[in-house]
Design a protein around this ligand. Structure first.
Ligand SMILES: C[S@@+](CC[C@H](N)C(=O)[O-])C[C@H]1O[C@@H](n2cnc3c(N)ncnc32)[C@H](O)[C@@H]1O
Length: 297
């Protein structure tokens, strides 16, 4: 295991750690965080140009094993009544990078039941034919693998990107959503439903339980980081999953949106990223100013 570099930043509330998510996770104390709120790089979609980055694996099976390995370690770091909020988007086999993993490589992977066979007739194929235009179903494959590893899947939340731009495709609808999976370690876990209640549509002035479709517009990139969370997404997870003073972890911190919202909500934050530049950029753009108006509700 590589020893993580010294902290990039630590102001007593926000702590940013540089290194591989799993290596750094192994150094964190057990049961030290109440909620994990994160968005790993999606499979085959974006090149962050760092050796060891998630999403650039040779196969989809390796990607899933990578993630389940990390979350095996984070199981220990998460409080017994803690929650994991995992945002994932899907990939198409025809996307550059994704196709290489979609075909034969799911066969033989350690987690989950998905099996892919190559060649043969259409009837013989049991999973995704990576040579075609298949949607890979990555979020659900990861979710099932985490269930197999012992996580309790409590909710599949649709993040509806209310400002999604049209895609230049003519043979399917434009994709305008991603998933946020809510996992727990045990069947009794901390969850403050009132903190994220939404206005009742039938009874003005009253609130009802938050529904599973979250309408949240995407936001522009932050510095050189393109795939940033809109602040409202981690805010809902943080409010429901933690109390003031609790610690929130994002093992794929990126521009540290989760951290900025956590700090604004009076929580502690630990962020990990493989890319030191992103963390240093977070310090400049997120944590060097006393107020964070962009992140306000
Ligand atoms: C989708 S981005 C996260 C964006 C973040 N939610 C935000 O709002 O800015 C994924 C991040 O994971 C980081 N990453 C990729 N592989 C990693 C690894 N092995 N360990 C830690 N971080 C990694 C990338 O550098 C990138 O910043």
């Amino acid at each position: 295991m590589t020893v993580p570099s010294p902290d990039v930043f630590d102001d007593g509330t926000v702590r940013l750690l540089h290194g591989d998510a799993r290596d750094v996770a192994a150094t964190l104390p057990s049961a030290s965080v109440q909620a994990i709120v994160t968005s790993p790089p999606y499979f085959g979609l974006r090149q962050y140009e760092q050796p060891g980055q998630y999403g650039a694996e040779a196969s989809l099976g390796d990607y899933i094993d990578h993630l389940t390995g990390l979350f095996d370690e984070l199981w220990r770091v998460l409080a017994d009544d803690g929650t994991l909020w995992l945002n994932l988007g899907d990939s198409y086999a025809s996307q550059p990078g994704a196709a290489r993993g979609a075909d034969s490589e799911l066969a033989g992977r350690k987690h989950g039941a998905a099996q892919i066979r190559t060649g043969g007739t259409r009837r013989k194929k049991a999973g995704v034919d990576g040579s075609r235009k298949n949607l890979l179903g990555v979020p659900w494959r990861v979710a099932f693998a985490l269930q197999d590893a012992g996580w309790i899947l409590r909710s599949d939340i649709i993040w509806r990107k209310s400002n999604a731009l049209p895609e230049s495709v003519t043979d399917r609808p434009t994709r305008a959503h991603e998933y946020v999976f809510l996992f727990a370690k045990s069947d009794r876990y901390y969850f403050d439903a009132d903190a994220i209640a939404e206005p009742s549509r039938k009874r003005p002035g009253e609130v009802v339980n938050r529904r599973t479709v979250w309408d949240i517009p995407t936001v522009p990139s932050v510095g050189s980081h393109e795939a940033v969370f809109p602040p409202d997404l981690p805010r809902l997870a943080i409010r429901a999953g933690t109390r003031p003073g609790d610690t929130v972890l994002d093992p794929f911190s990126g521009s540290s949106t989760t951290g900025a919202v956590a700090a604004l909500e009076g929580r502690q934050y630990v962020g990990i990223d493989l890319n030191r530049d992103y963390l240093e950029q977070s310090v400049r753009e997120r944590f060097s100013q006393p107020v964070l108006p962009w992140a306000a509700a």
